[in-house]
Every structure is written in C-alpha cells, then in structure tokens.
Design a protein around this ligand. Structure first.
Ligand code: ARG
Length: 645
C-alpha cells in the first residue's frame, strides 16, 4: 500500500479539494476513482501478492538448513543435518542425530563427526548452543534473537506463515449424514464435529472446500412414517388416489409428533411382518413418484430439515450443500444402464452386482450390490449415484467421507466399484475418514441413564447446565445471568468438541462430562480460560493507559518466555500436518502445549508492573500473537472464546 499512497500524493488529482461539486479540475470523481483503480490499486495488489509469495519456511527447515550447511562444510553428506524437536527438553531444544546415522558410512566414531560439525558451524546466527555429546548426538539451542526474528516474520505474514498450496484442491466433505425424521443422536455428533473441523482446516490451508450433509432422506424410514400416518389418519387427502387438487401447504404433523411417529412405526415393523411389508411398499411408491406420497415426503423434509438446521447451528456446524439421497434418485436408471453396458454389472441370485475383489486382498471383499432382486435401490446405489452427481456438478479433486468406521468395508466396496466402472476420474481421491465410538464411562456405547439412545439435544443441554453451574459456582463470580448463560454455552461447546477432537478420530473415546468441562487439563475450557486470561491482561493494560500491541517483540529474557516463543514458532508446520493427515487432534495437542507454555510464562512474569516499557510492550505483542494463534486454532476446531469467563 505504501507505494500506492506515494503515487496518490504525487498525483495531485486526488488531493485537490473538489469544492463540493464532485469535479476535480474538470475530472469527475468517478473518473478519478477509475484512474486510481487502474494506476494505483494494481500496484498495491501486486505488492501484496509479492509479499504473499515470499515463502515463510518452517522453523525446523530453517535450522535444518543451517545444520546441513555445517555437515557439508565438514565434508559430510548435508542430508545428515536434519534437525528434529528434542526428546530431552531438559537438555536441549532441538537435536540432530545425523552424526550417529553417518558413522557407518564414514567409518568414524559418531562423536568425532559431531565434533567436526560443531567446528564447521563456527559462530552461527541461529544457534546459541551446539553440543556434541556422547555417543554422538548434537544438542541444540536457538539464539533468542533468531527466534524473535522468526516470530516477527510470522506476525507479518498472512496466516502466520502457513504456506499457500501451489495447486489448491477442490475438496468435498461428506459429513453429518443425519437421517431425516429421526432425531439426531450422539452417533451423528462425531461426524458433525470431526467433519466440520476437517473442513475448516482444509479451508484454512488454502483449499476450496465444500461440505455436504448427505441427508438420509430416501429410505425405509420415510415409508414407515407414511404407513403410520395412514394408520392414524386414513382420511388425509394424501391417501386419496383420486385426488387431483393441490395438497395443503402446512404439514399434518409437528417435529415432536414426527419424532414420536417414527420410533413407533419402526417398533411396529419389527414385530409385525405385514406392517413392514406395507412400509416397504410405501417406500417403493414414494420412490416411484406417487403424488400424495411425495407431498408427505416434502412435509417431512421441511419440518425435519428446519429442526436439523437449528441443531447444527447450535453446534456451529455449517453445510454448504444440503443434498441428500433423494437428490440423486433420478440419476440411478442411467447409471445402472451404464454399469450394465460397460460389462461391469451382472445378475447374481437375482440381484445386480459388480465384483470388486482384487488379487491382493487378504480378506474377502464381497461384490457391491447395485439393485436388489426386486429392483429396489440400496444405500450403495445412492452413494454411487451421489458420486456421479458430485463428479458432474463439482468435479472435485478429493472427497472425504467422515463416517463411523464400522462402515469402512462398505465404503471400500463403493470406492472400488466407482473406480472400476469409471464413475469417478482416476485423479479424484476418495478418502474414508472413519471415526470410533463415543463410549460412556462403562466403556460401552454412550447411552442415557435409562439405557436408551441419547438425543443430541439432551446431551448438549446437560453439558450447558453443567458448565453454567461451574461458572456460577466460581468464587467471587458476579457475571450477569444472561452473560453467564451465553458464556456457559460457548464453553460447553468447547468442552464437547475438544473432548471429541483431541482424540485421534479413528479411536473410540470415553465421554466424561466432568473431565471435559474441567478448566484444568487437556480440555476445551482450559484453552478458553487461557484466552480469557490474555484478554483480561489486555483490558487491564488498556486501563493503565497502555495502547498498542503492535510494538516490536523482544528477544526472550527467560526460559518460560522462550518456551512460549518456540511453541508459537511451530504453528505453520503443525497446521500443514493437520491438513495433510485430516487430523484435528494435532491442532488440539498443539494448543494444549501452547496454552501450557503461555501459563508457565504468565505465572513467572509480572507483565503489568514491568517498568522497562520496551520489555513490557514486547510482552504485550507476544501475548497478542499467542491470543491470535489460539483463536485461529479454536476457530478451525469449530468453537470460539467468550470475552471473559
Ligand atoms: N445416514 C448414514 C447413517 O446414519 C450416514 C451417511 C454417511 N455418508 C454417506 N455418503 N453414506 O449411517
């Protein structure tokens, strides 16, 4: 922008008072604005671009480079100079094991190689300490000045120096997957929480990401509801085959009625074969387009989706697409025809199937079933048709399915079938991100106290209440009721999401409300307390007349401060890894370490009473950076921090 301002000033066109008539020396504002756009703005943007292009290397790469140089100068293969984080933080900050690795090759004692490297390194701007220790490790510490400069770079870069992808990908994420008309239960919680975070991470990493809820809106549950509705209200106009008029706009049920109708119907169908037969027939009729049934279906969708939207909104989960199984219904016939003509699909025991086993399989992979013997489509069929739809509508480079890991074999079949039959282009990556089960304290799948399936709404309410109690129970607490409620909600969401995301997705975990809502330990509330603490320091600093958090950072003056700075410096590498491995738990582990480092520093440092202003301002700037990094991280995890707690 600086260049631009200069140019603007030189060009007095822009400085002249127009006398209120909208003209400047005969040139009207519009023209002058255009001229500015043409001549100045592009320069400003060019500059921004140039700035963005400047690559901010990961700190481990920068210091590895320095080490590699030393190995080369000492006459060894530079590649040996790779530096890693120390696994003995009591001894050093980083380490290099290259001398050990090179011993055999150079037929030398590793300690000798390490000593050669130390000598070759000489005076370094990066390292304050390089020790060759037996049997041949290089223990490293960084110069405070170097770390400070690195963080200054981070502060100036967009996204704290996370590199932009050279070829941004178009990624679709299939997550949520609720079934219309069935209340959301905890089984859908993990998909929503993990999927939302994976989506936000990929977006932050610079990719174009589209989240699709993939509603289960076309299956037997619809037929069940229709059947039950007919049992109760046979006179409804929807069931009159001769009716030709418009159907009512208003649904003949509310969401709570719907939520009672479905389980009732589902229960009946398990006991009563004739009832189930009816429901299957209703499903078939719905899918074949019977008008009245379609009209009921529309009502179910409207009522149900409105409720789903509310629930997901409360979870801070936002989908770009609200597509469902029903959306691809019409694509099925052509797809099936294609599969047959391509010679892939054949009839086996009446059903239409595609073989998907491969020679290298160590376990049996059954064929992928496309149509049942009665011609009805299946879960597979809609997933394959959805792939066709996604390829033609979006053409993504990658699709990630965030689904219960018990569906892994199923997705293996679907993916293989789609590849083999060419429904997806070969370059499109299909990834199954399977998650484990959320268990109760007894180690069994989480249930209500009565042993039923826990509704998501009840679960959330329980956490909100627990959090509210905790907040109000704090000593000296004087938060107004309304604010306390809002705060409790925000903190509860962090407890819920962090409790889930801090585990590797594929693992089962134990839902422990006491632990998750605790303000100490590896929890969401602990992270939020840390952020609130920083914000409260800022508020006090301001009260004391302090102003800016834009001052220059200062080199660390103690171990805790340096520890905090080193944690911050790991941000870009961490985020890159979290994206590449679709691993929100890496973000959690990182902010837990960062929050710990901050709190250690905070307990050791009297920030607000520091007399050396430069030092104090440097700390304030460091705090601002810490807060920004923490807030960025919780944002990609899908929750946010209240102003105070
Ligand atoms: N509705 C399914 C269920 O409740 C999950 C959908 C997962 N996504 C998919 N493309 N099949 O189990």
């Amino acid at each position: 922008m600086d260049v631009c301002i200069l140019r603007r000033q030189k060009n007095n066109l822009f400085l002249h008072n127009d006398g209120g008539n909208g003209k400047i020396r005969g040139i009207d504002r519009e023209r002058s604005r255009k001229k500015w756009e043409r001549e100045c703005r592009p320069i400003g943007e060019e500059k921004k671009k140039r700035k963005r292009k400047r690559k901010m290397e990961k700190i481990l790469d920068v210091i590895s480079k320095e080490m590699k140089k030393a190995f080369t100068v000492a006459g060894y293969d530079g590649e040996l100079g790779k530096v890693t984080l120390s696994n003995r933080p009591d001894l050093c900050e980083y380490q290099c094991n290259g001398a050990m690795a090179g011993a055999k090759r150079y037929k030398k004692a590793p300690i000798k190689i390490a000593q050669d490297v130390v000598e070759a390194l000489g005076e370094s701007t990066v390292f304050s300490e390089v020790n060759a220790v037996n049997p041949g490790f290089l223990n490293l510490r960084l110069k405070e000045e170097f770390v400070k400069e690195y963080l200054e770079g981070m502060r100036q870069e967009e996204k704290f120096g996370l590199e932009k992808p050279t070829h941004p990908k178009k990624i679709m994420i299939d997550y949520g997957g609720p079934n219309v008309a069935k209340p959301l239960h905890v089984g859908h919680l993990r998909s929503a929480i993990i999927g939302e975070s994976v989506k936000r991470i990929a977006r932050y990493a610079g990719h174009e990401v589209i989240g699709d809820i993939h509603l289960g809106d076309w299956g037997l549950q619809m037929g069940l509801i229709i059947t039950e509705l007919q049992e109760r209200h046979p006179d409804l106009v929807y069931f009159d085959e001769n009716y030709e008029g418009e159907y009512p706009l208003e649904a003949p049920f509310t969401i709570s009625q719907l939520e009672e109708i479905y389980p009732t119907a589902s229960g009946k169908s398990k006991e009563d074969a004739a009832y189930k037969e009816k429901a299957m027939d209703a499903t078939f009729k719905l899918q074949s387009g019977v008008r009245g049934y379609r009209a009921i279906w529309k009502h179910i969708m409207e009522v149900s989706v409105a409720d789903l939207k509310k629930n997901y909104h409360n979870l801070k989960v936002e989908f770009d697409l609200w597509k469902g199984e029903s959306d691809v219904h019409d694509l099925i016939p052509a797809m099936v025809e294609g599969l047959k003509q391509g010679g892939h699909a054949y009839i086996s025991e009446g059903a239409l199937v595609v073989d998907v086993k491969e020679e290298t399989d160590t376990k049996e992979i059954p064929p992928c079933m496309i149509l049942k013997s009665d011609g009805a489509s299946l879960y597979n069929t809609t997933d394959l048709a959805t792939l066709c739809d996604r390829m033609s509508q979006v053409n993504p480079d990658k699709i990630i399915y965030v689904v219960d890991k018990r569906q892994e074999l199923y997705f293996e079949q679907v993916f293989r079938c789609a590849r083999k039959t060419g429904l997806v282009r070969p370059e499109t990556e299909l990834q199954f991100l399977g998650f484990g089960t959320m268990n109760g304290k007894d180690g069994k799948p989480f249930k209500t106290r009565e042993g039923g399936v826990m509704r998501l709404e009840s679960l959330i309410q329980e956490i909100n209440e627990e959090m509210y109690r905790k907040i109000m129970g704090q000593e000296g607490r004087s938060m107004p009721e309304e604010e306390a409620k809002e705060t409790a909600k925000a903190v509860a969401l962090s407890a819920l999401k962090y409790g889930d995301l801090s585990n590797q997705a594929s693992k089962d975990y134990i839902f422990d409300i006491d632990r998750f809502t605790s303000s100490e330990g590896d929890t969401g509330p602990y992270i939020l307390y840390t952020i609130a603490r920083i914000k409260s320091i800022f508020a006090k600093y301001k009260e004391m007349g302090g102003q800016s958090s834009a001052a220059a950072l200062q080199p660390a003056s103690g171990a805790a401060e340096k520890g905090l700075m080193l944690e911050l410096a790991g941000f870009n590498a961490m985020m890159e890894g979290a994206y590449e491995e679709s691993a929100p738990h890496k973000v959690c582990a990182y902010i837990y370490g960062l929050a710990n480092a901050f709190n250690r520093f905070y307990h050791e440092t009297k920030i607000l009473t520091e007399e050396d202003k430069r030092k104090q301002e440097g700390w304030i700037a460091l705090l601002a950076l810490t807060r920004d990094v923490l807030e960025t991280c919780i944002d990609v995890l899908g929750f946010s921090a209240p102003e105070r707690m």
